[in-house]
Write a protein that binds this ligand. Structure first.
Ligand SMILES: Nc1nc2c(c(=O)[nH]1)N[C@H]1C(S)=C(S)[C@@H](COP(=O)(O)O)O[C@H]1N2
Ligand SMILES: [Mo]
Length: 324
């Protein structure tokens, strides 16, 4: 493959810039390629052919939203689906791919309750139809120091939130994953309190970048990636992105999240990707991109908010060293 990968300094987050600037940046990007005659979108497809060499699964058509597409090489499908954190299916990275096959993802309902005017229970087909599906290319960075670039399919979580009409008391949103020991062998372990719970402040949850994920790589979510519905919060460490969600609850108080309960000194509520705040046991300044590991592969510098600076205003006045 002769196509050059963009350096991190060349990463373009289209939502940061005007359409004109997007166009110029894309032209500059294309000019760097030997095959200068090919259109920008096609170059991305070419560079990502390997990523799309995937097994058979239910197709999920979605239009790419260029405002939410980072121009980085996507992680190969095989890596994104065999190197997973999903503790309900085991602690090792390869275990979810081996044991999540038995998870029954249909029928599936998500119960939405708490401080809302219109509580509702939606099944997966209703969720698939709730808003137009978009493809968004987001980074997911794990607190362990690795990252992936994944073409997700879904829509802004705010679409769902608007439907249920939160009351003035809804200050936080809690996301609760399935915890079924019959289907999930890891739920027997005591590393976490089950069910897995995550949470966002309501304004974070309403930010258009926060994605309700229903698919990836043009198909429905593989079970090990959180089928049939998960959260993807691209500016936060991966553990905020709860998988296989069965309940969404609007609450007054900050939720007690699973990782925060198990290790409060290591995993705060906010969990913003922040290269300046070390994890107590290791640095967060750099990351390893899954799929490009080799003996001589240099680590990448981790970017503030994982490279999504438009969320910074959500945290104005908050001490990010205390509120990690
Ligand atoms: N229910 C549940 N959700 C979860 C986890 C988990 O163990 N259980 N792990 C989290 C962590 S630590 C990460 S890094 C991401 C990994 O998502 P991926 O396997 O799709 O890359 O899922 C997050 N969501
Ligand atoms: Mo993670």
């Amino acid at each position: 493959m002769l196509i050059k990968r963009p350096k991190s300094s060349e990463i373009v987050l289209a939502s940061d810039i005007t359409p004109q600037a997007v166009y110029q940046e894309r032209r500059a990007f294309i000019a760097k390629m030997a095959a200068g005659a090919v259109a920008g979108g096609a170059i991305w497809e070419m560079a990502n052919r390997e990523a799309f060499a995937q097994g058979a699964a239910a197709k999920l058509a979605a239009k790419r939203n260029p405002a939410y597409a980072i121009l980085e090489t996507a992680t190969p499908f095989k890596d994104a689906t065999t190197y997973n954190n999903f503790y309900e299916f085991g602690l090792d990275k390869d275990e979810p791919a081996q044991s999540a096959g038995r998870l029954k993802t249909r029928p599936w309902t998500v119960q939405i309750e708490g401080e809302v005017k219109k509580p509702m229970t939606l099944d997966i087909d209703a969720l698939l139809k709730l808003a137009p599906l978009e493809e968004r290319i987001y980074r997911l960075r794990c607190v362990e120091g690795w990252s992936m670039v994944i073409p997700w399919v879904g829509y802004s979580l705010s679409e769902l939130i608007k439907k249920v009409e939160p009351t003035g008391n809804a200050k936080f949103v809690e996301f609760i994953s399935l915890a079924d020991p019959k289907q999930m062998p890891g739920v027997g372990s005591r590393v976490l309190n089950w069910p897995y719970v995550e949470g966002l402040r309501i304004d974070e949850a309403m930010h258009p970048l926060a994605l309700l994920g229903l698919g990836m790589y043009g198909q429905t979510l593989p079970n090990q990636n959180g089928a049939p519905v998960r959260l993807v919060v691209p500016w936060k460490y991966g553990f905020k992105s709860a998988k296989s969600i069965v309940k969404i609850r609007f609450v007054k108080e900050q939720p007690r999240t699973a990782w925060n309960v198990s290790a409060p000194a290591e995993y705060g509520f906010y969990s913003n990707v922040n290269p300046n705040v070390d994890h107590p046991r290791w640095s967060q300044a750099t990351e390893r991109r899954i799929g490009e590991d080799g003996f001589f592969t240099k680590k990448r510098k981790t970017l503030m908010y994982n490279g999504y600076p438009e969320v910074a205003s959500l945290y104005a006045g908050l001490d990010l060293k205390k509120n990690f």
